[in-house]
Write a protein that binds this ligand. Structure first.
Ligand SMILES: [Zn+2]
Length: 128
């Protein structure tokens, strides 16, 4: 079954396109704007994505020890190496990183410098 040709809408569209009235002009402007928007949206999204990726890449830090990339953290989440010492992308120099890492006399030990001794204790089977 074939749909009837919508002559009414075609005639209305032709009348709006041909008639030099404000309604026809508004319709043409609206259609032109929508077409332009549809054509430019992918370009805008592409530019926004590119800029976002550049910003993200600038903030990404790669661990020099294990190569793990992460966002703007002080310490590598994979291996625990401080980025201030290992990363060359850091604005702080190596000396500043070392100075902040171990302050003498402060009583605080950086987690990277600490060594945790674990004693191995054999667990006796209590149920026997
Ligand atoms: Zn790491």
């Amino acid at each position: 079954m074939q749909r009837p040709i919508p002559w009414f809408w075609i005639l209305l569209g032709l009348l709006l396109l041909l008639a030099p009235g404000p309604a026809g002009r508004f319709l043409i402007d609206l259609l032109g704007s929508l077409t332009l928007l549809l054509l430019l949206l992918p370009v805008l999204f592409g530019v926004a994505g590119f800029v976002g990726w550049q910003i993200l890449r600038r903030r990404l830090r790669t661990c020099a020890v294990c190569g793990f990339s992460s966002l703007d953290l002080e310490v590598c989440p994979a291996c625990g190496t401080p980025f201030a010492v290992s990363s060359e992308q850091s604005p702080l120099g190596e000396g500043a990183g070392m100075a902040s890492r171990s302050a003498p006399g402060s009583g605080e030990i950086a987690a990277a410098d600490a060594t945790i001794d674990v004693e191995v204790v054999a667990v006796e089977d209590q149920s026997a």
